[in-house]
Ligand binder design. Structure first.
Ligand SMILES: Cc1cc2nc3c(=O)[nH]c(=O)nc-3n(C[C@H](O)[C@H](O)[C@H](O)COP(=O)(O)OP(=O)(O)OC[C@H]3O[C@@H](n4cnc5c(N)ncnc54)[C@H](O)[C@@H]3O)c2cc1C
Length: 338
């Protein structure tokens, strides 16, 4: 455990926006017992950091940070086709996906190349290319910092939704996830229909794809579409895709016949935020060093020396103009740290 509580700690290399923020102290948690000194800390008096790929940090962060670096992957159940893994929260998500594919444990292939740690994955129920974490999630082990108690949250208790879970609500600012348990299968159950996946597989002449083919296809699509945070600071999609009711959708559709949409259950429709932002004129926008990505307007980028305040101002302007044009209020996917 390393700490520095007298000199402010710079966080530029610890967030994917590459924002030059400072915090009063940072503590590196490499094993569960490293959390003991913090038992009794009040809720909301600290931040928990993985790899910083879903946070926007203001220049001066007011709270100390617990940076989770607990490692290790164990196979705790291996019966017939079913595998259960117990994974340290500080493991890198994509490295885990590659490790599972090497072992021929399937289920994570569509979630390839999502930046960040395993411990952060349940927070927003990470999802991409037709898959979500909740499909393989069994439970996670957590420590409730204010009273030091260990708690286990299973799938039902996690209350997963689209980019949502109990960790963003009732448990926010209270717990640290130390380990995540995931259920995988030796039998592939491929999801091939989403986005450009079928087209790319066809172009490559792959008729019977393996999970590895799906993973490589997803990696290819992501590398073409999304900026690499090591080259251009960003946190992926800044906003969630809004969900509206059928009536509002039909009204909008009559004004905008090209409006794309995914039908959900219960009379609800999900609209791609990227389309709304682009139609509002924000693609490849840049003011100073804060902007939107040239290929994907949903991704806000730091061209070099942008501050958290400038990126928030840009996000607010985008939200206001989308609301004015479509009467839809965009919600942040990225967490703001003040
Ligand atoms: C280029 C790019 C593409 C992306 N694409 C996707 C995508 O396709 N799908 C998707 O869902 N997301 C995507 N994201 C967002 C991001 O990858 C995920 O949200 C990821 O899970 C964040 O992991 P992290 O370790 O960086 O978390 P951080 O950014 O460090 O933290 C995110 C949140 O989780 C909390 N947290 C982190 N670790 C723990 C822990 N151990 N215990 C308790 N709380 C914790 C933090 O307090 C914070 O609230 C993308 C981001 C980038 C930069």
């Amino acid at each position: 455990m390393i700490s520095n509580s007298t000199t402010p700690v710079t966080l530029k290399s610890l967030n994917s926006f590459k924002l030059d923020s400072v915090c009063p102290a940072i503590y590196f948690i490499r094993k569960e017992s490293d959390l003991r000194p913090f038992f009794g800390w009040a809720e909301d008096s600290f931040y928990v950091l993985g790899e910083g790929s879903n946070v926007l940090m203001l220049p001066q962060i007011s709270k100390p940070i617990l940076k989770i670096e607990i490692k290790g992957i164990e196979i705790i159940h291996d019966v017939e086709d079913e595998i259960i893994l117990r994974i340290g929260a500080g493991e890198n998500w994509h490295q885990l996906v590659l490790w599972t594919l090497e072992k021929a444990f399937f289920g994570l292939e569509n979630l390839s190349l999502i930046p960040g740690t395993v411990g952060a994955a349940p927070i927003q129920n990470i999802g991409a290319y037709g898959a979500e974490l909740q499909e393989c999630f069994v439970r996670c082990e957590c420590i409730h910092i204010p009273d030091g108690k260990q708690i286990s949250i299973n799938k039902k208790g996690a209350n997963f939704g689209y980019r949502d879970s109990i960790f963003k609500h009732e448990l926010k600012g209270k717990i640290v996830i130390t380990h995540v348990h995931l259920k995988l299968s030796r039998k592939p159950n491929l999801k091939l229909e989403y986005g450009e996946i079928p087209q790319i597989l066809t172009n490559k002449g792959i008729q019977n794809p393996s999970p590895m083919d799906v993973s490589q296809t997803v990696i290819e699509i992501r590398n073409n579409k999304l900026p690499d945070p090591n080259i251009l600071g960003n946190a992926g999609s800044f906003f969630k895709n809004p969900v509206i009711d059928q009536n509002q959708y039909l009204k909008l559709k009559s004004n905008y016949p090209n409006l794309p949409a995914f039908q959900l259950e219960e009379n609800q429709v999900k609209i791609p935020a990227a389309w709304l932002i682009q139609e509002s004129g924000w693609k490849a926008h840049r003011k100073g060093d804060a902007g939107t990505h040239e290929k994907q307007a949903l991704v806000l980028v730091n061209y070099g020396r942008a501050t958290g305040h400038e990126l928030i101002a840009l996000a607010d302007d985008i939200r206001a103009s989308v609301f004015q044009k479509f009467a839809i209020l965009l919600e942040n996917e990225v967490q703001i740290w003040t």
